[in-house]
Design a protein around this ligand. Sequence first.
Ligand SMILES: C[S@@+](CC[C@H](N)C(=O)[O-])C[C@H]1O[C@@H](n2cnc3c(N)ncnc32)[C@H](O)[C@@H]1O
Length: 282
Amino acid sequence: MTAAPSTSGRVSFVGAGPGAADLITLRGAQRISEADIVIWAASLVHEDVLQHARPDAVVVNSAEHSMEGITHHYERAAAEGLLVARIHSGDPALWGGTQEQWELCRRLGLETEVIPGVSSFTAVAAIVQRELTIPEVAQSVVLTRLEGGKTPMPSKETVRSFAEHGTTMALFLSAARTKQLQDELLAAGSYDESTPCVVAYAATWPDELVFECTLGELAEEVKRHKLYKHTMVLVGPALASGGTRSHLYDPGHFHEHRKVEDQARRAELKARDKALKAAAGQ
Ligand SMILES: C[S@@+](CC[C@H](N)C(=O)[O-])C[C@H]1O[C@@H](n2cnc3c(N)ncnc32)[C@H](O)[C@@H]1O
């Protein structure tokens, strides 16, 4: 594939998805195939995504360099009008460290763009075939990490405070301190020892390990499997829910793409009316 013409040079921040090479978007794969320089982090991104790269592309493993170590590749791209694909795991908008790179690109006069990717938390939900939002059980998903690690957290963003909501949580970057994670999740009081969890190591990689356990078992199970990095924990009652029905597919619910089924719609309105009257104490 020949590179698209570029005068100023361009850096495409590409979300590579969770690992499997066919979970990258078509646009992401296209940008990698056009790139003169491909920068990727071997510690976070599976090498299979490099199969999209041109054989003559310069391939740089960013895990071996500091930010300064890759700056000269951006400088060269700016000087020679080259295309760079900077590959991120999952979606670049989540713990991607893209901010500092945009600033560098801007200083160098490089064009930038971001290609979204499949984040690891949705990949894990897909593996266990669970929905993270279930009517009347969980309608929000908290994406966060455990405080107390190397990266300082804003003081109000504690796992305990988010856990108070009792909704679905996806815990990134926290497997090295799972006992603390378990304690904080339980301390909020909305989950209990029986709350379901999904633990996924290297989801969609060839050595993927995914298992389910309860919150009471979490720390012990993670320790038993010797997981401390590249691991995602999902927690919340939605992971074990069944028997509820989505309003969207209810026959009484209509929208621009589906005409209401009259009888069902009338029944729904009647029930809603009754509920409103009951709430108003009539
Ligand atoms: C630096 S963050 C990057 C997150 C990424 N941007 C995303 O959207 O998934 C790395 C953390 O994401 C999670 N993660 C990323 N890929 C994963 C995978 N394939 N399996 C399990 N967890 C993964 C782990 O918690 C890991 O410690």
